[in-house]
Design a protein around this ligand. Structure first.
Ligand SMILES: Cc1ncc(COP(=O)(O)O)c(C=O)c1O
Length: 375
């Protein structure tokens, strides 16, 4: 009887290898480009006098979170408690969970998290706030809380203005709660194509957030934190008076959506997917080994680098179908293509590691947390 095969045999590439030696599909980061993006974001935030608290939902990688903090981020933003636990286990303390934490099990985990980190939790309803306060008061601890304000996205959040007042009053009255301010996300405005209209719309929306802060301050309620913005808006939102921190996260990697649909400029494509041409069924068609299980196509189609006339046309689970223009350079079975993901966030979570390259050589393999981080 032959020995059972270990599925990872011959799979782990050697540090120092080139991209040609990697098996595909493989999700790669150009570490120099990512570090440069991080530096540029930190500089832009410093110039505006605003802190950077990057969202980590798009990388779910402790080592990258630490890198962001070491480069100058005040702390990190997480979508989920599981993501915050991941970042705390990497040693980051100042963590905004931009979501409500609901349910006894999660509250117990949050109390435990607070023994290792200093989380901030978003609320928009007293039914989230009271159990949160009870869990922390029972543990003899307290947790920082921000109120989420809905400035037009129509997801979570209280209406701008007076609607935040009763919740804020209750928050400051409750044992176990340390009320620290407001957060909002202008995600509904990031695709506006006309730059002037986009600026106007974002500033109008953020005015609702700052008006809310003013309303609370008039009542004697301090709001040291006013957090907002993502990759598609931070270059505009940074200039809004009164914003204390921005959450732009995907900007360190970039993708087709941010560049083409949100008009983000000045940052490089750090994230690419390496794929192999596995079939040429006809002169106008090529098939690569990256389909929907490897590349998300829901938000934007991926873009093939340095291959004019070669475009993604259709995806099935494990096949990517490319349209090859008659004047495109020769494309053969076995050729490797580098692809910028359409939307990095929803692509990264399909993978369990990044291959980090520097000067064309594999420098680091960076683990990506799995679905546990979604809990
Ligand atoms: C609360 C919050 N902040 C910011 C962002 C933007 O994140 P990113 O900069 O990674 O696009 C999002 C989601 O897209 C979000 O939900």
């Amino acid at each position: 009887m032959p020995e059972p095969m270990h599925s990872s045999t011959n799979r782990q590439p050697e540090i120092g290898c080139t991209k040609d030696e990697l098996d595909t599909p493989a999700l790669c980061i150009d570490l120099d480009v990512m570090d440069q993006n991080i530096r540029l974001i930190v500089e832009a935030c410093r110039a505006a006098g605003v802190a950077w608290r990057p969202h980590i939902k798009g990388h779910r990688c402790g080592a990258i979170g630490v890198r962001e903090v070491e480069a100058g981020a005040l702390g990190l933003t997480c979508a989920k408690l599981g993501e915050a636990e991941l970042m705390a286990s990497s040693g980051v303390r100042d963590l905004l969970i931009a979501n409500a934490i609901v349910g006894d099990r999660k509250l117990a985990r949050l109390v435990e998290l607070s023994r290792h980190a200093d989380p901030i939790v978003a609320v928009d309803h007293t039914d989230q706030l009271r159990p949160l306060a009870a869990a922390f008061a029972a543990a003899g601890r307290s947790v920082r809380v921000v109120i989420e304000v809905d400035i037009g996205l129509a997801r979570g959040g209280v209406e701008p203005g007076d609607a935040a007042l009763p919740l804020a009053r209750e928050a400051i009255s409750l044992e176990g709660i340390d009320f620290v301010g407001l957060m909002a996300w202008e995600g509904h405005l990031i695709r506006i194509a006309d730059r002037d209209e986009k600026e106007r719309s974002i500033h109008d929306a953020l005015r609702g957030l700052l008006d809310t802060k003013l309303r609370l301050e008039v009542e004697g309620i301090e709001c040291p934190i006013v957090s907002c913005a993502g990759t598609g808006s931070f270059q505009i939102s940074l200039a809004h008076p009164g914003i204390t921190e921005v959450e732009a996260g995907g900007a360190i990697m970039m993708d087709v959506f941010y560049r083409e649909e949100c008009g983000v400029t000045g940052l490089g494509n750090a994230l690419t997917l390496l794929t192999t041409v596995v079939a040429r069924p006809g002169p106008g068609r090529a098939i690569v080994d990256a389909g929907r299980k490897t590349l998300n196509v829901e938000i934007a189609m991926p873009h093939v680098c340095e291959r004019p006339g070669v475009e993604f046309e259709r995806m099935s689970a494990e096949h990517g179908q490319l349209k090859v223009a008659p004047n495109a350079a020769r494309l053969s079975i076995g050729d490797r293509l580098e692809v910028v993901p359409g939307y990095a966030d929803l692509t990264v979570f399909l993978h369990d590691r990044f291959y980090g390259f520097r000067d064309g050589r594999l420098a680091e393999i960076l683990p990506i947390a799995g679905s546990d981080a979604s809990q």
